[in-house]
Design a protein around this ligand. Structure first.
Ligand SMILES: NC(=O)c1ccc[n+]([C@@H]2O[C@H](COP(=O)([O-])OP(=O)(O)OC[C@H]3O[C@@H](n4cnc5c(N)ncnc54)[C@H](O)[C@@H]3O)[C@@H](O)[C@H]2O)c1
Length: 461
């Protein structure tokens, strides 16, 4: 059952009679309609009233309105203002640029700007590699989207995607000290996106593609990798694949199985699923069977899409056909990056003993985690309200920290696998169990460990 969380947190300012029972009356009214109070502040007092800010978590915008109405219905209570704390956080955006140099006087100005800066420009003109030493290119990543596949909302366009990209930039800074900047492009044309990124590339040490729909995202990434001399990384693909591969290594340790013996079902062959399959294949599992909205992907299905054809040729050794339920029979591992509520406990019961279930469709997984737990030994989701959250934040900040520090020109599968192992290794043998196969996103050890692994894999020191 969903519980009120901080995503719908409101502060309601009320004026109420200054009676001895006022605090109890107000908190009971909120509690009665299911609001969860997180703060109660008396902000002003008069002879005939007190002014109180009640901050509480709600389930939804409608629920927030119910809570407000419950307070308004109390005798003598005047609701003065309702602030949505999530909107407050976004007022004016979530990131800003700040100067690293002092500009106090003409002397400072002459070095940071003209005339001194001209010598720096000339040095870069003479030796373009110096841009990585003498400009923000050293530490800056573009977070590029066309707004076509934003979270669970789909194609909401570039302006509406900006709050997500700002959030991503804030995470880059917080977890790895990387300066990331949102680049929301007002086009969904593959050629225009490629050209636009190519044209802005001189400023950046790396390109993080974000929330660009499949299959367009595959071609955009492939072509940009060919054209640019900086790493290009589509986080929805590779960030997910890194965390899944790391988490699966630990899950298999928990159940005492080897990757070489593991039969894996990957449901969803879009951005996330394709990248997971490609990276997992490098780890040599016994077999992978891919499933999409049309059922099991096999060689005789007649897919024309290049990505699906590649998957059909490189998975499903027995060339099975059928539906998801057929694929699950006897499987050791299920990895879902597809759609909500596709199967139940009965199907998990048909999997091999000590099954591992990663149900990652967001916000509602392929199977209710509580149902999955009835027969699976390890269950992971993409959600923060269950154990084992598969969250890309574990990967992308450290990956780009490592790439920037190594001054890498490309990104390779070896680097992705090194990052996956680094995440898995943060969970040492002492802490590893069925409810703890990945570290917390707030574990400060993760990003430096990932960065070091990527830097070494990139040939840096
Ligand atoms: N860290 C995480 O937890 C994480 C990371 C990435 C993606 N996801 C989730 O995974 C899902 C897919 O993301 P994506 O970016 O790859 O999307 P996508 O649109 O690129 O791909 C979706 C895939 O799911 C398949 N699919 C849809 N309905 C299906 C059904 N009923 N049965 C079987 N397959 C079905 C489609 O055929 C397609 O292959 C989303 O819910 C997303 O939120 C979670």
């Amino acid at each position: 059952m969903p519980v009120p969380g901080p995503g719908y947190s409101i502060t309601i300012r009320v004026a109420a009679p200054p009676s001895a029972s006022v605090a109890g009356d107000l908190t009971s009214a909120v509690g009665h309609v299911g609001g969860v109070i997180t703060a109660f502040d008396v902000v002003d007092s008069h002879a005939d009233s007190v002014v109180i800010d009640i901050t509480c978590n709600a389930l939804s915008a409608d629920h927030a309105r119910d809570i407000t109405e419950a307070l308004r219905a109390l005798p003598g209570v005047d609701v003065r203002k309702v602030s949505d704390r999530t909107f407050l956080v976004h007022l004016g955006g979530k990131i800003e640029i700040s100067a690293k140099v002092a500009l106090r006087n003409r002397d400072d100005l002459s070095r940071a700007y003209t005339p001194g800066v001209a010598r720096i420009c000339q040095a870069i003109a003479d030796n373009p590699d110096d841009a990585r030493r003498l400009t923000i290119k050293r530490n800056t990543v573009a977070v590029v989207t066309d707004g076509s596949a934003v979270l669970g909302m789909g194609n909401i366009g570039p302006a509406a995607a900006l709050p997500v990209m700002e959030g991503k930039a804030a995470l880059f800074k917080k977890f790895a000290g990387v300066d990331a900047w949102p680049v929301c492009l007002d086009t969904q044309d593959t050629e225009e996106i490629i050209r636009a990124v190519e044209l802005i590339a001189p400023v950046y040490g790396g390109i993080n593609l974000e929330d660009i729909a499949a299959p367009r995202c595959f071609e955009i990434e492939r072509r940009l990798r060919q054209k640019l001399d900086i790493p290009v990384f589509h986080d929805d693909q590779h960030g997910t694949a890194i965390v899944v591969v790391g988490a699966l290594r630990n899950a298999l340790r928990v159940v005492g199985k080897d990757m070489a013996d593991a039969k894996i079902v990957v449901c969803g062959v879009g951005a996330a699923g394709s990248a997971i399959i490609r990276l997992l294949l490098q780890r040599g599992p016994a077999d992978i069977v891919a499933v999409d909205v049309d059922g099991i992907v096999h060689r005789d299905r007649g897919d024309t899409d290049a990505n699906l054809r590649w998957v059909a040729l490189n998975t499903n050794r027995e060339n099975k056909s059928g539906r998801l339920h057929d694929a699950l029979v006897g499987a050791d591992v299920f990895i879902g990056v597809s759609a909500p509520n596709l199967f139940g406990a009965e199907q998990v019961a048909t999997m091999a003993p000590d099954a591992v279930v990663f149900a990652l469709a967001n916000p509602d997984p392929e199977i209710d985690p509580l149902e999955a737990q009835k027969h699976a030994a390890v269950v992971a989701t993409g959600r923060s309200d269950y154990p084992n959250q598969i969250n890309n934040v574990l990967a992308f900040p450290g990956v780009f920290r490592g790439l920037l520090d190594a001054q890498a020109h490309t990104i390779t599968d070896a680097m992705l696998l090194a990052a996956a192992d680094a995440i898995a290794d943060v969970v040492d043998g002492e802490r590893l169990n069925a409810s703890f196969i990945v570290p917390s996103v707030f574990d400060a050890a993760v990003a430096p460990a990932v960065a070091e692994a990527v830097r070494k894999a990139a040939g840096g020191h």
